[in-house]
Ligand binder design. Structure first.
Ligand code: 1GP
Length: 245
């Protein structure tokens, strides 16, 4: 089964949770341990990526450790075409739709496509839009951030992603954001599009995860929380709230 089908099958049953691990933040063994704890907490898949410091070496080692320890799909969430690995199960083939740098919209993808074809890695097409505050990914990605109250623009990006035939649409507030994507924005985008909606950035509490799920997120991503939290019960509570269990 493709990873895309795995995700769609799970999403058909309700909101899923994905744990984001930055390979630059810890040794691979530790990443594997985090993935195992997240699997036990009920997470559905592990995304591997970061805005800076990702290399083919740390990506490969992290993907290997994640798969060995958790058995969960290792989904590459690339920050650019510079790091690649055959150890990941798929790559989010994404277009940062609101970047002002053409390389993030299309250039990196064109550069990477022949190599992805050669190694036979599953691409999952995804429209990726950065909402305020945007954090590091907004700055590094030179994003023209969607304002938190500009729901119409967020909806328009979602519709454009769907019209382009993208498989997923991701609303991102940025890792470590003080506030996640507003629930009103999630709800409006969700009701406008029929492709799965991923939401991430600044979700660190069961309340925030529940708000995103209730607003209509199909997948909820948490990164900072799992890096910083050593309390398995708290991790479990956030995953449960994300999934509505
Ligand atoms: C980043 O949305 C993710 O792409 C995760 O954000 O680190 O704030 O959970 P956090």
């Amino acid at each position: 089964m493709t990873v895309k089908q795995y995700l769609l099958d799970r999403i058909a049953k309700g909101t899923i949770h994905m744990a984001l691990i930055d390979p630059d933040k810890q040794p691979a063994e530790e990443a594997g341990e985090i993935a195992k704890r997240m699997k036990d907490a009920g997470t559905d898949a592990v995304m591997i990526g970061g805005s800076t410091g990702v290399t083919s070496e740390n990506l490969t080692a992290t993907a290997k450790a994640v798969k060995e320890r958790s058995g969960l799909p290792a989904i590459y969430f690339p920050g650019g075409p510079n790091a690649m690995s055959t150890e990941v199960d798929c790559i989010l083939f994404m277009c940062m739709m609101n970047s002002t740098d053409l390389r993030n919209v299309m250039g990196a993808q064109v550069y990477a496509a022949p190599y992805l074809k050669k190694i036979g890695l599953e691409p999952i097409s995804m429209g990726y839009v950065i909402v305020e505050p945007g954090m590091k990914v907004g700055a590094v990605g030179k994003a023209d951030l969607v304002k938190r109250d500009d729901i119409q623009t967020a909806v328009a990006y979602g519709l454009a992603a769907e019209m382009y035939g993208m498989s997923l649409f991701y609303l991102e507030a940025g890792s470590g954001a003080d506030k996640p994507v507003p629930p009103e924005m999630i709800a409006a985008v969700k009701s406008a599009i029929s492709i799965p909606l991923i939401v991430g950035g600044g979700i660190r509490t069961p309340e925030a995860a529940e708000a995103a799920r209730k607003a209509g997120a199909d997948a909820i991503v948490t990164g900072t929380l799992i890096e910083q939290c050593s309390n398995d019960e708290k991790l479990k509570a956030v995953v449960k709230a994300a999934k509505g269990l």
